[in-house]
Design a protein around this ligand. Sequence first.
Ligand code: GLN
Length: 543
Amino acid sequence: MANKKDNTRYIFVTGGVTSSLGKGIISASLAKLLQARNFSVTIQKLDPYINIDPGTLNPYEHGECFVTEDGAETDLDLGHYERFLNVFTSKANNVTTGRIYQSVIEKERRGDYLGETVQVIPHITDEIKHCIKLLGEGGKFDFVITEIGGTVGDIESLPYIEAIRQIKWEMGNRAIVIHLTLIPYLAAAKELKTKPTQHSVKTMLEYGVQPDILVCRTERPINDGIRNKIALFCNVKASSVIESMDTDSIYKVPILMREEQLDRVVLEKTGLKPVKEANLEKWEECIARLSTPKRTVNIALVGKYVELVDSYKSIIESLTHAGAIHHCKVKLKLIQSEEITEENAASLLTGFSGVIVAPGFGDRGIEGKIASIKYLRENRIPFLGICLGMQCAVIEFARNVLQLKGAHSTEMNLKTDYPVIDLMEHQKGVFLKGGTMRLGAFPCVIKEDTLARKIYNQKTISERHRHRYEFNNDYLQQFEQHGMIATGINPQGNFVEIMELTDHPFFVGVQFHPEYKSTVEAPHPLFVCFVGAAISKGDDAAQ
Ligand code: GLN
């Protein structure tokens, strides 16, 4: 009997012509379709940059940093994978060139290479292959989908493409390559153009890799003529040329890919029989609710990275999931916190039925966040503060209700008289930046008869964290006496994880990141209830 281990299929997704074609969404959509056919699937992202992980990257570089259950700081595409598949990813699902080199260099220092000259080929490529195959080990998955970051032709991607070439050579049809390209429409010529795709496939061929399937991103339908032309010049069957039209929601892509039979072609190419069609019933139900909202609600997100929506990707998606539950379209506006003051908060925040204050680091825009929260607290507007957003709510309450003038977080002001947010004990003496925060999933016990308990309907929850500072328990009694209560506590460290106001329709600050756990099929209760509260607020205002 064949070893089950040898049955894992490896699908590589590469990108050509330009970046931002949506490799992550195509990978996640294909995974969804295979999962809906009852295959076990995992997805991995290989990023060709030198950072060990994206934890040290400014969100302006690659968007938000997504945190997994096991505390890995990863690429935001892992967020898409989790939101589509409804299964957790882990550290092994995101590898960077930095990590590959780090591991090879550590082995070299340990003497593992027994005096060999350590080179890109075979040592770096072997390490890449090891990371890819690691996920398939033990026969846990029928498919391992590996998305290669960057664009083919980049110097950085070369070792990855070489590793793919070798794996394809070793495994035959158990490894296939899906190449995602762009078919631009030239308005002046009134034509879709295939040449960039031809060149991109030629580049792959130069590296010894023949793509098996081409997914063609396009804003106009590609007709049979174009399909046949691409097939002929790129050496693939016409049925392996898959159209990927622009669409208004990323969640519709699995449906579009099913219509284009991407999953069926993948099964054929990898020698599997398409015995069962992909059952996307539950998914389609969610999409239907998303596509036919019965109402809208205006919500604002106050943060400092508003120029790039990718910086708050998971929060934005969580709001979309929650809106769908309420049959409601969430109209979201991102507001730059640096522009908000106590004087203009009312005018900038009027018209929003709920406001989220975003996570973040450093003091840029912090006073704007605090001023916003004052307005939301005083005007009884639903508020959700996430991580730094929760810490700002604590600072605001200390300054304006407890009258602790100049209260602050020691992250922003080391010399404050009232350090209501302070560095966590185990963070003192930590100087290295990467991977050293309080990271990943931790339990939290929720007090009875509180809003948090109503939201979660559970005593013990688990949420993901990414922070160094925490609520300073020396002040807890004072806060609680005045109506801001700690309703969620970490049982091991006694850290305050949830703060809420008793005398407010919805005022919740959480030290963790609920946005990392919201998926299409399981929207997060905190966002569901927040959007619900915003809808009620909007209704009240309309009366
Ligand atoms: N800067 C804050 C801390 O480290 C908040 C972090 C966050 O919002 N993720 O504690």
